[in-house]
Design a protein around this ligand. Structure first.
Ligand code: ADP
Length: 171
């Protein structure tokens, strides 16, 4: 199962995978960080589609087309805003990974790329978030044979180092 995981430093909008995951907000109307980058790279049709969705609750996922992206699908998931750790943040973040992977499989995606959900503007501690990302992904792969590759796209060296360390511990 370990061989299905890739950890790369880079820009998620450039990933040649079936589906990329967006760390969106509940409005699904675009925003900063990775969300802004995905909307810019996909083009304005993405916003036209997500506007029709009527938002998305924290921890859930919605799927749109990828438009000008190399990826066929964008899975929009909404991570929790970090509020100190006692507002169910861990479970909500785990739900993001589980629901995104479930949505990817439902569309027939075999390769999926994730950003580090909630660890930018939403302030979730990076190492704790990375452990949740890896644990949920591992659990999902143990129960689902159809996914061939999961790429964790790390924006910057600090994220990359953390992902590499946590990967060795969990997988
Ligand atoms: P959130 O609001 O869920 O915290 P952010 O977009 O602020 O989302 O940050 C989530 C992570 O995405 C951070 O590690 C940030 O550095 C990273 N990020 C920003 N732009 C990109 C990109 N183009 N590709 C991949 N990751 C990105």
């Amino acid at each position: 199962m370990k061989e299905k995981i890739r950890i790369v430093e880079g820009d998620i909008t450039k990933q040649e995978v079936d589906a990329i995951v967006n760390a969106a907000n509940t409005s699904l109307l675009g925003g900063g960080g990775v969300d802004g980058a995905i909307h810019r790279a996909a083009g304005p049709e993405l916003l036209e589609e997500t506007r029709q969705m009527g938002g998305c609750p924290t921890g859930e996922a919605r799927v749109s087309k990828g438009y000008n992206l190399p990826a066929k699908w964008v899975i929009h998931t909404v991570g929790p805003v970090w509020a100190g750790g006692h507002k169910n943040e861990d479970n909500l973040l785990a739900n993001c990974y589980r629901n995104s992977l479930t949505a990817a499989v439902a569309r027939g995606a075999k390769t999926v790329a994730f950003p580090s959900i909630s660890t930018g503007a939403y302030g979730f501690p990076l190492e704790r978030a990375t452990e949740i990302a890896m644990r949920e992904t591992k659990r999902f792969l143990e129960n689902n044979e159809s996914l061939e590759k999961i790429v964790f796209v790390c924006f910057g060296e600090r994220v990359l180092k953390t992902y590499q360390e946590v990967f060795e511990r969990i997988f």
